[in-house]
Design a protein around this ligand. Structure first.
Ligand code: HEC
Length: 198
């Protein structure tokens, strides 16, 4: 009787660790900021602690001079290191573009100095070298693509990256380094000089 009970325990423990293994192999998300079943993306928590990859400033085009919007792009430290070594974005690279409202004013450094005020929203890209979510309209061409309004960092406003993102990222392809892998040509990488540091 004791032996039977022991075998049951062994069997249950065995099954437990097997399903645990299967879960890790098949379902463990390759990045933390996605739903591993659907591929739904959210803005990664704590991204502001990541290094800044680069920034973009949008000048006002009408009336007074100054800055109307400021973009700060963040990524994981490993992504920068990997790119510097190989010239490619690694699987699981997350690029977060934070959109910021600004104020421009005279300061002791100059007559029109812009600074960031509040967050307007986020664009998030996740490099996927394995084509993990073929049925999602927000994954393809080597990346996961989503936009978020400042009100909701968990649920994207985007419906289909092919219409929401691709048309505006097509010019990046002409500006990308010739030797870049195809998927990396969607990125405006010339704006990130840190990637060229060795
Ligand atoms: C109106 C055109 C436009 C649309 C629409 C657009 N992008 Fe971009 N995106 C750009 C430009 C131009 C840059 C770089 C300059 C800037 O930020 O002003 C950029 C930069 C980015 C960056 C920083 C990495 C890089 O390529 O430099 C991310 C991340 C990003 N976009 C994600 C997205 C996603 C995801 C979508 C769709 C949900 C999207 N973008 C839609 C034009 C656009």
């Amino acid at each position: 009787m004791k032996r039977v009970a022991m075998s049951v325990v062994v069997l249950i423990l065995g099954l437990g660790s097997w399903t645990g293994w299967a879960m890790t192999a098949a379902e463990k998300p390759f990045v933390s900021n996605i739903d591993s079943q659907t591929g739904d993306i959210h803005v990664p928590e704590g991204y502001t602690l990541w290094p800044v990859l680069g920034t973009w400033s949008h000048a006002k085009t009408e009336g007074d001079s100054g800055i109307q919007e400021h973009h700060v792009v963040y990524t994981q430290p490993e992504t920068i290191q990997h790119y510097q070594q190989t010239g490619e974005f690694p699987d699981g690279a997350v690029l977060v573009k934070e959109l910021l409202n600004t104020k421009t004013m005279a300061m002791t450094t100059g007559p029109a100095v812009g600074h960031a005020t509040t967050v307007k929203g986020w664009f998030v890209l996740i490099r996927d070298t394995k084509g993990r979510f073929p049925s999602s309209s927000l994954w393809g061409d080597g990346w996961g693509w989503s936009f978020f309004d400042a009100e909701d960092s968990m649920h994207t406003e985007s419906k289909d990256y092919k219409t929401d993102c691709i048309p505006c990222h097509t010019p990046a392809r002409q500006l990308a380094p010739k030797e870049a892998v195809d998927s990396d040509k969607w990125i405006y990488s010339f704006g990130y000089p840190v990637l060229q540091n060795k």
